[in-house]
Unconditional design. Structure first.
Length: 125
């Protein structure tokens, strides 16, 4: 399954195994920082009885650290729901963003200005 957040795109696949989670070829415990790991582990913790019998492989490209973490989280949750449909209700009750992508993006810069929102002050004197 696929997950997207900002510019990050993650693809997750689930297969029979012993509970290993690999992201871009490295184990989850070696990936990124502690906060990102905790966010990625949320769907795995909620589905702990199912996760012990499967292996999860994730490929992620683009974006930054937090965008990649949220994209991975979304992809893993969607893959788990596809593998075990009863998890859908559990994930939706916990956090809807586990199954539905957050579509917010960076606002584009306005023409003839270097900022998206704040306007330049005018000086008349």
């Amino acid at each position: 399954m696929r997950g997207k957040r900002k510019r990050a795109i993650a693809r997750a696949s689930v297969g029979a195994g012993t509970g290993k989670v690999k992201i871009n070829g490295q184990f989850l415990d070696n990936f990124s920082n502690d906060m990102s790991r905790l966010r990625i582990k949320e769907p795995l913790t909620l589905a702990s009885d199912v996760v012990s019998k499967i292996d999860v492989k994730v490929n992620v490209i683009g974006g930054g650290m937090n965008g990649q973490a949220d994209a991975i989280r979304l992809a893993i949750a969607r893959a788990l729901v596809q593998h075990e449909p009863k998890l859908k209700k559990i994930f939706e009750d916990y956090d809807r963003l586990l199954l539905v992508a957050d579509v917010r993006r960076k606002e584009v810069c306005k023409p003839n200005d270097s900022k998206a929102r704040a306007k330049r002050q005018k000086s008349y004197r």
